[in-house]
Design a protein around this ligand. Structure first.
Ligand SMILES: [Zn+2]
Length: 545
């Protein structure tokens, strides 16, 4: 069993905790002296650095939140001058201002050390060639794993995001053995390999991967491994920490959180520490971070920490999979819904792939939730009875788990978005500010403006078309909305002359009760033009005369 830094990685827990407490106290003392933000918070809470004599006493230190980063944009929380900084990264904030993070030389060394330990722990070495799908630039993923891989002596192929065909060509031509990227991009690679008749097992040497940068589940891992033959290891981090930082060892039983670099707390709703293995909110203190220290930072992720010994021999605690965020809770018709609950139902159904998308609408102030899920490749069928059986099974199970009804639509494999950045599973079209309820069709048309492209399947689309042709009243309703006369013919013409994508969107609107035979593809912002082309492909042969 190879270690990168055996002495530290196998240090007994008591010694690690001794070290953590010593580093914690030093960091609090230092921050109290150099950070007016931190001193202000401590004074407000009536806590002095010398009070921090134990982990328990440390819990008196106030939390840092994402909003603190936003309020102190861009660099007011840095405690070192730019003279001492050798890099900054900027992460795109999903709401509000981006987060700017700065690094001293020592910060970059610690970040790289953390990744070198993790990469060694799942079997990477100087014998490997490392193909990095992560985007380079301001995003921490690309450069982070790049330097980690170089540190362990691997040969790095810094190809970055996109250009899938070239990625696949190079992984065949060069002795690439390890991938790094988002899990959804790896599925996309697998899809394109299938289309091109490339067998990853036979035509490439790829055997290991690091996947992260977006939430994903254990069932996704199993499916990805089964499809590609590549052993995939989870990765966790955030630009606020440094970047991607913690990896799973070859045991694949959680991510080793290096206790000399990070003191991680898991807290329950009352702010009390959770038991080993019990789920709660992650709170992070970086023990050796210099330029932009983090003390009791609430990252917003929910998971558990396990200090029980790992078979690999490493003594540092293991972080379990992230099962949710403190802020991803959806309230649908007054019921709290977590996407992770939907994920767990999907995981139970052998005929479903892990790709899903939730759309929330509130036509006439009534919330509705549509869950689109891709069928598993092996369970693809044109048998409508079987399709509706699978749909009903999934919908019933969801109702019992979520306590509200979800409109489940099974879609073809490969039709839901594969984001190259963070996968976004929820589109919330609800608005509570309208004075006049909007017809759902208009809502859809608005959505069409920001959505594009789709792929369709001949048989199922024809079923959908037949279905709508017999539902004149639905078209009349639509016509009224579109400002038309309500006459079938006069509606049908502009309707059918609309863009393909619009037509298919409308078909979906009209096709309630029809098993979904087509999928919508969001235009993922990170997609390169070549892949937009791919998603745009619509076979015009399928459209009615
Ligand atoms: Zn381990």
């Amino acid at each position: 069993m190879a270690f990168w830094n055996e002495e530290i990685e196998t240090m007994p827990r008591e010694k690690l905790e001794e070290m953590q407490l010593r580093l914690l106290r030093a960091k609090v003392q230092e921050m109290y002296e150099v950070s007016s933000f931190f001193r202000g918070r401590m004074d407000e809470a009536g806590v002095k650095p010398e009070d921090i004599t134990s982990f328990e006493a440390f819990r008196k230190v106030p939390f840092m939140r994402k909003s603190d980063l936003r309020d102190n944009y861009p660099d007011k929380l840095f405690v070192r001058p730019y003279d001492e900084l050798v890099r900054v990264h900027v992460s795109s904030g999903t709401t509000g201002k981006p987060t700017v993070v700065g690094y001293t030389r020592k910060d970059l060394e610690n970040w790289t050390e953390s990744l070198a330990r993790g990469m060694t722990s799942f079997g990477m070495s100087n014998k490997d060639m490392f193909q990095n799908f992560h985007g380079y630039g301001l995003f921490t993923g690309g450069l982070g794993v790049h330097y980690g891989a170089e540190k362990v002596g691997a040969t790095v192929l810094p190809i970055g995001t996109g250009n899938t065909e070239r990625q696949i060509q190079l992984m065949q031509d060069l002795p690439v053995t390890v991938w790094a990227g988002t899990p959804s991009y790896m599925f996309h690679i697998a899809d394109v390999c299938d289309q091109k008749g490339v067998d990853i097992r036979k035509d490439t040497k790829v055997r290991l991967a690091i996947a992260g940068g977006e939430p994903w589940s254990e069932s996704m891992r199993q499916k990805l491994q089964k499809r590609t033959g590549v052993r995939v290891h989870n990765c966790y981090g955030a630009s606020e920490f440094y970047g991607p930082m913690f990896l799973e060892c070859s045991e694949q039983c959680g991510l080793h959180v290096w206790a000399d670099l990070c003191y991680m707390e898991i807290l329950d709703e009352n702010g009390e520490p959770c038991e080993d293995g019990e789920r709660g909110e992650i709170v992070v203190t970086m023990l050796q971070k210099e330029a932009f220290p983090l003390i009791r930072y609430k990252i917003g992720d929910i998971s558990a920490l396990d200090w029980s010994p790992c078979k690999c021999g490493r003594t540092h605690p293991r972080l379990m999979r992230i099962t949710g965020r403190t802020d991803d809770m959806l309230v649908v018709r007054g019921v709290n819904v977590f996407p992770s609950q939907i994920e767990s139902v999907i995981g139970e159904m052998p005929f479903l792939s892990p790709f899903y998308h939730i759309t929330l609408n509130n036509a006439n102030y009534m919330d509705s939730m549509v869950v689109e899920v891709e069928l598993d490749e092996e369970h693809l069928t044109e048998d409508m009875v079987e399709l509706s059986r699978m749909t009903r099974l999934t919908a019933d199970r969801m109702k019992s788990v979520l306590n509200i009804k979800a409109d489940v639509r099974l879609v073809l494999p490969g039709t839901l978005p594969r984001f190259e950045g963070k996968a976004s599973h929820v589109t919330d079209n609800r608005s509570y500010e309208r004075s006049v309820p909007l017809h759902p069709a208009l809502g859809y048309l608005q959505m069409v403006a920001v959505h594009a492209a789709c792929r369709v399947d001949a048989v199922l689309l024809q079923i959908a078309l037949e279905e709508y042709l017999h539902r004149e009243e639905v078209l009349c309703e639509l016509a009224a909305v579109l400002g038309q006369t309500g006459d079938f013919a006069s509606v049908a013409v502009p309707f059918l002359s609309l863009e393909d994508a619009v037509l298919l969107q409308l078909l979906q609107l009209l096709g309630h009760g029809v098993a979904g035979g087509y999928g919508l593809v969001d235009l993922p912002t990170g997609l390169v033009p070549e892949e937009v082309e791919e998603h745009h492909h619509v076979d015009n042969m399928l459209l009615p005369e």
